[in-house]
Every structure is written in structure tokens, then in C-alpha cells.
Ligand binder design. Structure first.
Ligand code: F1P
Length: 345
């Protein structure tokens, strides 16, 4: 494709995104964005939905690429399809792209592997430049996919008037601090290892989050399933009372993402509901939290940032938790059983 060039630069308030800039009129006139992806990339797409709707007020739908072609989807003129894939080779995502193109859609790819099939098949796109994913399970690619979608949302929101210049610059300034905050977070690795040692033999695990951190709950559960083979499910926190609450007892670890600005009071009441049923709570909280600390069995603190950027931080301890549990269970974290790096059939 022509316009994959252009690394992302969030420098001094300017976002230069060669591929988005080259198609800016299409993006600004988009009636709707449809994201197609599988697995971890689908979860990044869900975070993208929150970002693009919240910051740029562009309607977004996120579809499993593996289901897209089986339901005769409606694609209208003015819709943009964004295909997200780490490997750029996922067969279902490629099939979704071909279908979208056959219906006349403009398809933008977000890929990690330069020159991959999806990069070639899409009309335009951006590379995430996460570097090679050594293991099968996608990790750093997820962070870069979200970063890219956040920068797109900020840029489009600023250009379409939804984000004032001062808000836009404020967001960018906060985003520029994210790498340092991730470095800081990695220092708590040994605390996470201790928590992993307690729950390594759990047969099941529940992950809950609200708003921006609902997709992170899904991703946390997927990482645990993929590399440690523990059955795990992610849910929006408010969905718990519609079924999963029946599973909670003293042997059920529940990972709850309870960041300060993320509908905090409601998440606290979810945590109380779990506690009253003797569930074991591992809470991801904002630094300095006192309320959840009183109730949860374990807390993992993340540095404070804009709620919109918290997925970039909350994901890290969940990946580490899965990693340590998998290693303690003797699983091969780089090559999990039954999983292929790119699902090409
Ligand atoms: C999608 C995906 C990964 C998962 C595993 C199987 O891949 O589901 O998220 O970790 O590798 O494939 P991709 O389209 O993002 O390469």
C-alpha cells in the first residue's frame, strides 16, 4: 500500500501520522468506523472504540473478523474499515478486508509486521513498530496498537473540533509521560510474582473492568488462558450481577481494575459484592488509593494518568501476572500449546 510510511511522532503537540494525514479528508468525513480484528488485536480495537467515540465523537463498531463475513454486514459509503493485526497474516482478518473492499469500503490497516499480507491488501495504514513479538501471545503489539489508536483519536478529535487545542495539548503532554510510567510500573514485578505464587493453582479466574478498562479485563483473561491454560473470563464489571456472580466463592480469584477516574465508586461497590461472597480480590488501583486497599486481598498500584490512557498501564500488571503464573505452572510462555503465531487458516 502507498501510505504505511510515517512513524508516529507526538512531539511538541504535533502528531505527524503520514498515513492518517494522507487520508485526512476520508477520516474527517467518515460516518462510521468499523474495526475488524481477532484476539488481542480485537481487544485493542475495543479500546479504540472508547477512544475514538470519547475523544473524536466518531461512531465506531468493533467486529470479530472471524465472524464478520458470516453475517452479511452492512457497509455504507462513508464508512471506514480499520483492520488491526499484529502479524498481518491472520486469515479471518484478511477475509474481512476483502469483503469490506468488495463492498467499496476504504480499508485502513494497523499492522506490526512490515510488508505483511494485510499491509499489502489494505488501501492504506500505519505500522505499529513494536518490534518482533518473540512469543506467540501478543503483548507489546497491544500497547502500540492502543497508542496508535489514541493518537488517531486525539488528532481527529482536534481537527474535527471535538477537542479544543488546550485539551489536545494537555492529552499529548500526559501521553508523553506514559513511557516513564510504564518503566516505573515494571519495578513492581516482584510484588506481582508473589501474588502469582498464591493463585497459580486456581482452576478459574474472573476479570472485571468498566469503561476504558473493560477491554483490558478481556485481554487480561485472554493472556491467562493463552499462556497458563487457566480458565478465565473477562466481563464489564456491571455485567457481574447478570450471571458470573454465581461463580464467586472463596476459591475464585477476581481481578478488578479500579482506577480512580474510571467510574470508581461503582467499581468499589462491585468489589464489596465480591468480598461479601468471599471471593479473592486482586485490584489494580491508582497510586495512593485508600478505599480499595481496605477491602481487596491484594492491590497493584499504577501511576496516575488520564483515564483514556490507563489501558496502557493497567495491561502491564495483567500481562506480568499471567507470565509468572504460566512460568510457575511449567508452561512454555513463548510457544503455548495449540496456538499459532499467525492463524492463517
Ligand atoms: C490475532 C491473534 C493474537 C493471539 C494469537 C493468535 O493475531 O488472535 O491476538 O495472541 O497469536 O492470533 P493478529 O491478527 O493480531 O496477528
Amino acid at each position: 500500500s502507498d501510505t504505511y510510511r510515517g512513524r508516529l511522532l507526538a512531539d511538541k503537540g504535533i502528531i505527524k501520522m503520514g498515513s492518517v494525514d494522507n487520508n485526512i479528508a476520508k477520516f474527517l468525513n467518515a460516518k462510521r468506523i468499523i474495526v475488524v480484528a481477532c484476539g488481542t488485536s480485537w481487544h485493542a480495537g475495543l479500546v479504540g472504540e472508547y477512544l475514538l467515540e470519547d475523544l473524536a465523537r466518531i461512531p465506531v463498531e468493533v467486529e470479530y473478523a472471524s465472524e464478520f463475513r458470516y453475517r452479511n454486514p452492512i457497509i455504507n459509503k462513508g464508512d471506514i474499515v480499520i483492520a488491526i493485526s499484529q502479524s498481518g497474516e491472520t486469515a479471518d482478518t484478511l477475509a474481512a478486508i476483502k469483503l469490506a473492499k468488495s463492498k467499496g469500503a476504504f480499508v485502513f490497516g494497523i499492522c506490526n509486521v512490515v510488508g505483511s499480507s494485510i499491509a499489502r491488501e489494505t488501501d492504506s495504514g500505519a505500522y505499529t513498530h513494536a518490534g518482533p513479538e518473540i512469543g506467540v501471545a501478543s503483548t507489546k503489539a497491544f500497547t502500540t496498537q492502543i497508542t496508535l489508536l489514541a493518537l488517531m483519536a486525539l488528532k481527529l478529535g482536534n481537527l474535527n473540533g471535538e477537542l479544543s487545542n488546550s485539551k489536545f495539548h494537555d492529552y499529548l503532554q500526559k501521553m508523553s509521560m506514559i513511557p516513564g510510567k510504564i518503566e516505573q510500573l515494571l519495578n513492581i514485578n516482584s510484588e506481582i510474582e508473589k501474588i502469582a505464587a498464591i493463585y497459580k493453582d486456581a482452576p478459574n479466574c474472573l476479570y472485571l473492568g468498566r469503561g476504558y478498562n473493560f477491554p483490558v479485563a478481556l485481554e487480561g483473561a485472554l493472556k491467562l488462558k493463552e499462556i497458563s491454560y487457566i480458565h478465565a473470563e473477562g466481563y464489564p464489571a456491571a455485567e457481574m450481577k447478570h450471571g458470573p456472580i454465581a461463580l464467586i466463592d472463596e476459591s475464585m480469584p477476581v481481578v478488578v481494575i479500579a482506577t480512580k477516574k474510571g467510574h470508581y465508586d461503582k467499581v468499589v461497590s462491585n468489589i464489596q459484592e465480591i468480598k461479601s461472597r468471599n471471593g479473592k480480590i486482586i485490584a489494580i488501583v491508582t497510586e495512593g488509593d485508600t478505599i480499595v486497599k481496605e477491602i481487596a486481598d491484594h492491590v497493584i498500584e499504577i501511576p496516575e494518568t488520564e483515564e483514556a490512557f490507563t489501558p496502557l498501564l493497567t495491561t502491564i500488571p495483567l500481562q506480568l501476572l499471567s507470565y509468572h503464573i504460566a512460568v510457575m505452572r511449567g508452561c512454555n510462555v513463548d510457544q503455548p500449546r495449540n496456538l499459532a503465531k499467525s492463524v492463517t487458516v
